[in-house]
Write a protein that binds this ligand. Structure first.
Ligand code: AMP
Length: 424
């Protein structure tokens, strides 16, 4: 017997309906905000993530699924969506289009992490990216889009944590200040932090180890180090968020786990998630496209974990489901299977969701099966009624049945199911 690989999960039909509902809301919202869908490959050249995500990040150092293919290329299952979308933006010259270019994606990401509640090796993200705008309005648009998404799903209690991590002009001064703060204490930090102190001290701020978090309590806040441009940008983001009625909390130690961010960074935190409390996050990445070999193009985006979001929605008992319940079962006495099959076709063509027993059991067994499907109506084809050009319409919810003329059954069911389907 095989089981699915560690850290992966099957999504069976009943659960898939919740996914469809959630993804449907994401797609509708993206259309309303003017974001077009992009689908990039599940694997990319490994080098893309080295350049786009950063070498001194957890993702690149220890979490990538990297393999060499049969012609010796190093490929990596995508651990995140922004670098691939940036690559596609450049490859297809989307910078020649009217800017900004606004894109979204929904799909699997892969990270070799220790699986636990809310942490998988294959997980799903919904993300958006805006390329070609440096305006704080773009930052706030993506934050409000994410917020509207949580609201539309019925997930309340989501906190917006906000910070600015400056730009290449002002950040070096802050990194020096961080190193000065950390150096005398570095013995108390985990091996990872010790290694990163000189290369990438920002990473020490978001280490998840308890002892490192404690020792980072009193780091100097970045605000004192921001240049005037970054300060003004950050101020405008906060003003716009407030004017949009969105509550947020400034978190000076929020830096996020990827190297490409500049200026605004944010996270969506949910209290019900415990240690894995981030529902999603994002920020501005004005250097990314250049890092990937393109011209300077500012950008901002977010990615949110859909697996975790569903956990939160289930805890509060509120996930919706895509409308896929069967509406009608067609049951036929032996000898009338073909007629039943053709009637089912007609009903489906009228837009109804229809099941048909394949005629491998008696009518009693068929009736029992129909009861278990949850369909509210059954149409029975019996030889006597069929000869009189009639069928039996049975109410599986309330019980009871009646005869209906054969040519009336399709409009009759459409009417009873209150569906516009019959008009198609
Ligand atoms: P990141 O790209 O690391 O900022 O991740 C964005 C969001 O994706 C996180 O806030 C999580 O909700 C989700 N996420 C990241 N890694 C995992 C994982 N291993 N398993 C499940 N969800 C994840």
């Amino acid at each position: 017997m095989f089981s699915s690989p560690r850290g992966t999960a099957d999504i069976l039909p009943e659960e898939a309906r919740e996914w469809q509902w959630m993804e449907g809301i994401a797609r509708d919202l993206c259309a309303r905000y003017g974001y077009g869908e992009i689908r990039t490959p599940l694997f990319e050249h490994t080098e893309l993530f080295h350049r786009g995500v950063g070498n001194a990040t957890d993702i690149v150092e220890k979490e990538m699924y990297t393999f060499v293919d049969r012609s010796g290329r190093s490929l990596t299952l995508r651990p995140e969506g922004t670098a691939p979308v940036g690559r596609a933006y450049l490859e297809h010259h989307l910078n020649a289009l009217a800017q900004p270019v606004k894109l979204y994606y929904v799909g699997s990401m892969f990270r070799y992490e220790r699986p636990q509640a809310g942490r998988m090796r294959e997980f799903h993200q919904f993300g958006v990216e805006v390329f070609g705008s440096a305006s704080p309005l773009a930052d706030v648009e993506v934050i409000t889009l994410a917020h509207s998404f949580y609201e539309a799903l019925g997930s309340r209690d989501t906190l917006i944590a906000l910070n600015s991590i400056g730009c290449p002009q002002c950040r070096p001064r802050y990194l020096e200040a961080l190193q000065e703060y950390y150096r005398p204490k570095i013995g108390g930090f985990c091996a990872n932090c010790q290694r990163r102190l000189e290369r990438n001290p920002l990473r020490l701020l978001d280490c998840k180890e308890e002892q490192c978090r404690r020792l980072s309590q009193d780091v100097p806040p970045i605000y004192d180090y921001l240049c005037s441009g970054c300060r003004a940008h950050f101020q405008q983001v906060q003003e716009l968020l407030a004017a949009s009625g969105l509550a947020f909390q400034l978190q000076p130690r929020l830096v996020r786990g990827l190297d490409y961010y500049t200026r605004t960074v944010f996270e969506f935190i949910h209290s019900a998630l415990g240690a894995q409390d981030a529902l999603g996050g994002g920020g501005r990445y004005d250097g990314l496209i250049e890092d990937l070999g393109g011209p300077p193009v500012p950008g901002v985006g977010f990615a949110m974990g859909l697996d975790r979001l569903l956990v939160v929605l289930r805890q509060s008992g509120r996930p919706g489901k895509a409308e896929t319940d069967p509406q009608v079962c067609v049951l036929a006495f032996s000898g009338l299977e073909k007629e039943g099959f053709l009637l089912a076709r007609q009903l489906r063509a009228a837009g109804l969701r229809v099941l048909q027993d394949f005629g491998e059991r008696g009518l009693k067994a068929q009736m029992k099966w129909a009861g278990r499907t949850g369909a509210p109506w059954a149409v029975l084809l019996g030889p006597d009624e069929w000869q009189q050009q009639k069928v039996i319409l049975r109410d599986l919810t309330a019980g009871g049945q009646e005869e209906v003329a054969r040519e009336q059954i399709v409009p009759e069911l459409c009417r009873r199911l209150g569906s516009a389907a019959g008009e198609r």
